[in-house]
Design a protein around this ligand. Structure first.
Ligand code: NDP
Ligand code: MG
Length: 391
């Protein structure tokens, strides 16, 4: 069997390390061509010595010397800086790029990979939130596969197998509700980032864990679903399902609904993206019905968790507004993780940033990058103003 060569953007993260577990489980199918990290040189070096890729990238240039020294004497090329991400995705022989960076940093390398005709397994939902219109135009122009890794979108994608002639009436994205499901605004006013980081069902990177607690993650996923499946906002519903057993559902024109279930284990959607259209055996833990005597479904509380409503508003407004939402969100989450802003203020700052930055109906890549910079600057200033106010 010819091995598929993989570029893994974000190898040291939660998705990245689980993608490597999938590769480890199927040594005859895959081969790592490139591994990348931002600052975690130690883990990147360890991964490089195990998987022996053609190249590694450390985007933090200050860590280059450490990685280079550790890999001297091997044939592994060491590159540094963010621009290198756009180079390595274009290497000859690349069979798949796994986009598992966090945040809008994923946009440029993902676009570079699509333009080079490479298939993409997409975990980095922010890429579609920020530049969905542009990205999907490029996917179609260059004829590449864009395979979802996000569990909800993988579920929908799996439900759509064999349904190419059947239009989707509606999709239901399931949400666990996060650690603060059922809480009111009075409670949320004083929650800490430590509390928000305790997700009931999934172990993930810090940013997405906070996004899950605020329901922004589901908001970003609504926008991601719009682009992946060509839907209107009114066709995308969110349903809170605390057991995280049903990963999402698709309703067709006849009213029939297909759902995909499985253990809350990201290795499954990662593996499906890597082996699509085939399914391949593994020894991952199986779903046990005894663990789920009942599955429950409820409406999300968007008055309390305002980020979900803000994401729908951004989707309706379109253009660069989802990019503004995303950039402001990245800034407030970073501030919340440092204790610089309260849980409820995050939505206020995102909303104010959306009202301040100029709207552009059909942005170019440069417009997106400018919007991202401008929105971050405004959100940062609002965080500082808000902090001064709290003191
Ligand atoms: P992590 O924070 O765990 O990992 C992010 C990875 O990207 C790390 O390798 C990190 O390097 C690297 N990185 C971070 N910032 C930059 C940057 N500015 N430039 C280049 N590289 C960078 O995130 P997750 O793995 O949790 O999430 C990755 C993406 O997948 C996100 O978009 C998330 O929403 C999505 N996702 C995640 C799920 C999960 O279960 N974790 C589930 C579904 C979707 P370093 O380690 O050196 O900092
Ligand atoms: Mg998800």
């Amino acid at each position: 069997m010819i091995k598929r060569k993989i570029v893994l953007l974000g190898a040291t993260g939660s998705i990245g390390t689980q993608a490597l577990e999938v590769v480890r489980a199927h040594p005859n199918r895959f081969e790592m061509q490139v591994l990348t990290a931002a600052t975690n040189a130690e883990l990147l070096i360890q991964q490089a010595l195990e998987f022996r890729p053609q190249a590694v990238v450390i985007t933090d240039e200050g860590k280059y010397a450490e990685v280079k020294a550790a890999l001297t004497g091997t044939s592994i090329e060491v590159l540094a800086g963010s621009a290198a991400l756009e180079e390595v995705v274009q290497y000859d022989g690349v069979g798949l790029v796994i986009s598992a960076l966090v945040g809008s940093a994923g946009l440029r390398p993902t676009i570079a990979a699509i333009k080079a005709g490479k298939d993409i397994a997409l975990a980095n939902k922010e890429t579609l939130v920020v530049g969905g219109q542009l990205v999907m135009e490029l996917v179609s122009k260059h004829g590449v596969n864009l395979l979802p890794v996000d569990s909800e979108h993988s579920a929908i994608f799996q439900c759509l197998v064999g349904e190419s002639n059947n239009p989707i009436e509606r999709v239901y994205l399931t949400a666990s509700g996060g650690p603060f499901r059922g809480k009111d605004r009075a409670y949320l006013a004083s929650v800490s980032h430590e509390q928000a980081l305790c997700h009931p069902n999934w172990v993930m990177g810090a940013k997405i864990t906070i996004d899950s607690a605020t329901l922004m993650n589901k908001g970003l996923e609504v926008i991601e679903a719009k682009w992946l499946f060509g839907l209107e906002a009114r066709q995308i519903d969110v349903v809170v399902h605390p057991q995280s057993a049903v990963h999402s559902l698709v309703q067709f024109e006849d009213g029939s609904i297909k759902a995909q279930l499985g253990p809350a284990d990201m290795r499954l959607p990662i593996q499906y993206a890597l082996t699509y259209p085939n399914r391949v055996g593994n020894n991952f833990k199986r779903f046990n019905f005894a663990d789920f005597p009942s599955l429950t479904f409820e409406q999300p509380d968007t008055d309390t968790f305002r980020n979900l409503a803000l994401a729908y508003r951004a989707l309706e407004l379109g253009g660069n507004v989802p990019c503004i939402l995303n950039a402001a969100n990245e800034e407030v989450v970073a501030a919340f993780l440092k204790g610089g802003v309260g849980f409820l203020q995050m939505s206020d700052i995102i909303e104010e940033t959306m009202a301040t930055v100029g709207h552009i109906a059909k942005p170019s890549l440069d417009d997106y990058l400018r919007t991202d910079r401008e929105s971050r600057a405004i959100a940062k200033a609002l965080v500082i103003k808000n902090k001064t106010y709290i003191i």
